[in-house]
Write a protein that binds this ligand. Structure first.
Ligand code: CMP
Length: 136
């Protein structure tokens, strides 16, 4: 069963810095995910802490928030059939060294922190994350 869904994707500072925005967008487009909205922004550490608050008890939380606010990022709403799982498949495993061939993190990720992209992990979180960056 396939459903049209929306999900949130973030191109993280390491990938923006290496001019990978168009390479990453083209992977989504080639795989039938439409970029419905996108913007390049630079968020504060406080905003990153709010966005990632689901991870607040984790030992990597402070570094994660510092990192996401360390430079410009691109936030996007992706839409397509099974967009949440489709995007996660295209991204690959969180740690680039465990990511499958031809996934974004295998191609471009540098480390578990500098893993180039974020994607919502469920439809429920996608709604929250889209609303976080694209309040209408
Ligand atoms: P992301 O999908 O953006 O969600 C949370 C991020 O935390 C994750 O990608 C990683 O970049 C980062 N992170 C850092 N250390 C870890 C870890 N040990 N396990 C999972 N995520 C980690």
């Amino acid at each position: 069963m396939s459903k049209i869904e929306q999900t949130l994707s973030i191109i993280k500072p390491d990938a923006v810095e290496r001019n990978l925005i168009e390479n990453i967008k083209s992977i989504f487009i080639k795989n039938d995910l439409i970029i419905k909205q996108d913007k390049k922004i630079h968020i504060t550490k406080e905003e990153a802490a709010e966005f990632y608050k689901i991870h607040q008890s984790k030992p990597f939380y402070d570094g994660l928030c510092s990192y996401l606010s360390s430079g410009p990022i691109v936030v996007m709403v992706l839409e397509g059939k099974n967009a949440v799982s489709s995007n996660r498949k295209l991204m690959g495993a969180t740690d680039p060294k465990n990511a499958e061939e031809d996934t974004i993190r295998k191609l471009y990720g540098v480390s578990i922190d500098k893993n180039s992209v974020h994607g919502s992990d469920s439809i429920e979180n996608a709604k929250k994350e889209i609303n976080f960056f694209f309040k209408n």
